[in-house]
Design a protein around this ligand. Structure first.
Ligand code: GDP
Length: 442
């Protein structure tokens, strides 16, 4: 196994940069680069000088060593915190390479952590989610994923399926015995329990998507209703720090804010009026596109104007829709006296706290899930659906008294799909289970 090194902090100038080294020679590389006669004590920050081959000091750094397996990667690890200039960091890194490490590939530290059993795949993904989190709730969900919010229920489903599979394998090995009614009932109960749990996990997919990608929020309303003013008002207070999502292209101007811990991706739209003008037509088409992928509609109305027909919003019937009666600083038009909606003034900021409250309520149902349970991503969802469909096939097989061999095939497929979520696909598990729970050694 090679020893790898990379700069772990962002490129650019900062107060400090961290260089990470991992692999069997990590401590030796550090010792060589710092020209020390003795190894560093583990888990203690020590002041060191990284030296060029001729002995010149390249930088004064803090070094920390971690001994395998008690490190992030499970290997021997050394971390060098040097001064944060780009040139000095590069020079220190080159010296580390010269002393026996090679450049790490992207994600290679986490990959080694996974391969050494320090992280399952959901935890590795959670690390990226923590880094990319754009809102408090997204961060909390990623942290709970890192601590096993997804891996735990998956593992417990795997354990149950393994037990059922082990029972079945016993019947396969001893075909002269029929599955007893009690065993059959137990197996069905177990599988149904797993089915309920996997279905519950699948149902968190939308919450997970909203957390990771943010709530696609489209602001609609007639010209001059105050859409841009509202956008500016919201941005003025709550502009979010967001990293661009990989793989998303956007042709409409989009801004992000966090409200009540939730990331909203706000899109101001061109309106929905039918028009012969090609430029306006293109704008309307973009609005329709935005509406098709909307998770939330904020409809701004000018409350000083007479109540008018709401625009047709095809495809958005199930999307939460908040009506904002804007310009509450001016006298309201009498026709709107009893109109339900949130009265706001984009100009003065009046009513904006009520808007926050309403948004929090809209997402309250999901935010319970954000707090405690898993917020699965699309990879997990795909695997969960595959597992569910194999599981359901196994259940129908049992109910129809199919050959245990056939039911076992479906169970194995379900196990493989679940195993792919955490990356722990292991047929040895099944063998171990069979041999430990059944004394077949006669
Ligand atoms: P948009 O066309 O819907 O984006 O509307 P704008 O945000 O451009 O606003 C249209 C006009 O209404 C501008 O002159 C704004 O200053 C004014 N306006 C927007 N919000 C308010 C408000 O809450 N109160 C008052 N008095 N004027 C507002």
């Amino acid at each position: 196994m090679s020893t790898i090194a990379a700069i772990a902090t962002p490129s650019g100038v900062g107060a400090l940069s961290v260089i990470r080294i991992s692999g069997p020679k990590a401590h030796a590389v550090l010792q060589a680069a710092t020209a020390r006669k003795t190894p560093l004590p583990p888990r203690m920050a020590t002041l060191v000088h990284v030296r060029a081959a001729n002995g010149d000091v390249l930088d004064e750094c803090m070094a920390t060593c971690f001994a395998s397996p008690a490190s992030f990667t499970g290997e021997d690890v050394a971390e060098l915190t040097c001064h944060g200039g780009m040139l000095v960091t590069q020079r220190v890194l080159e010296r580390v390479f010269a002393c026996g490490a090679r450049p790490a590939e992207p994600g290679e530290f986490s990959r080694r952590a996974f391969e050494n059993g320090k992280l399952d795949l959901t935890a590795a993904e959670a690390i990226m989610d923590i880094i990319n989190a754009g809102s408090d709730l997204a961060l909390r969900a990623a942290q709970s994923q890192l601590s096993g919010a997804i891996a735990r229920p998956i593992q417990s489903a795997i354990d149950t399926l393994l037990n059922v599979a082990a029972h079945l394998e016993a019947y396969i090995d001893f075909p002269e015995e029929d599955i007893s009614p009690q065993s059959m009932a137990d197996m069905q109960t177990s599988l149904k329990g797993v089915e309920v749990e996997l279905t519950r996990l699948c149902s968190t997919a939308n919450a997970g998507r909203l957390l990771r990608e943010g709530v696609s929020t489209v602001i609609i309303g007639a010209p001059n209703a105050g859409k841009s003013s509202l956008l500016n008002r919201l941005l003025g207070f709550n502009r979010a720090i967001v990293s661009p999502l990989p793989g998303t292209t956007r042709d409409t101007v989009e801004e992000s804010i966090t409200l009540g811990g939730i990331l909203l991706r706000l899109r101001d739209t061109a309106g929905l009026r039918d028009s012969a003008d090609p430029v306006e037509k293109a704008g309307v088409e973009r609005t329709r596109q935005a509406l098709r992928s909307a998770d939330l509609l904020l409809e701004v109305q000018d409350s000083t104007m007479p109540l008018s027909e709401l625009p047709e919003l095809e495809g958005c019937e199930n999307v939460p829709h908040l009506i904002l009666l804007n310009k509450s600083d001016l006298p309201e038009h009498p026709s709107r006296q009893n109109q339900p909606g949130i009265r706001i003034s984009a100009l003065t900021g009046a009513g904006i706290p009520a808007l926050h409250q309403a948004l929090a309520e809209v997402f309250a149902a999901q935010s319970g899930e954000y707090d405690t349970a898993a917020a699965i991503n699309s990879r997990h969802l795909h695997a969960l659906r595959a597992a569910l469909s194999s599981l359901q096939a196994a259940l129908s097989g049992l109910e129809a008294n199919s050959l245990p061999e056939l039911v076992a095939v479906d169970l194995r497929a379900a196990l493989d799909s679940l195993g792919s979520i955490t990356g722990k696909v292991d047929t040895d598990d099944l063998l171990t289970r069979i041999f430990s729970t059944f004394c077949l050694g006669k």
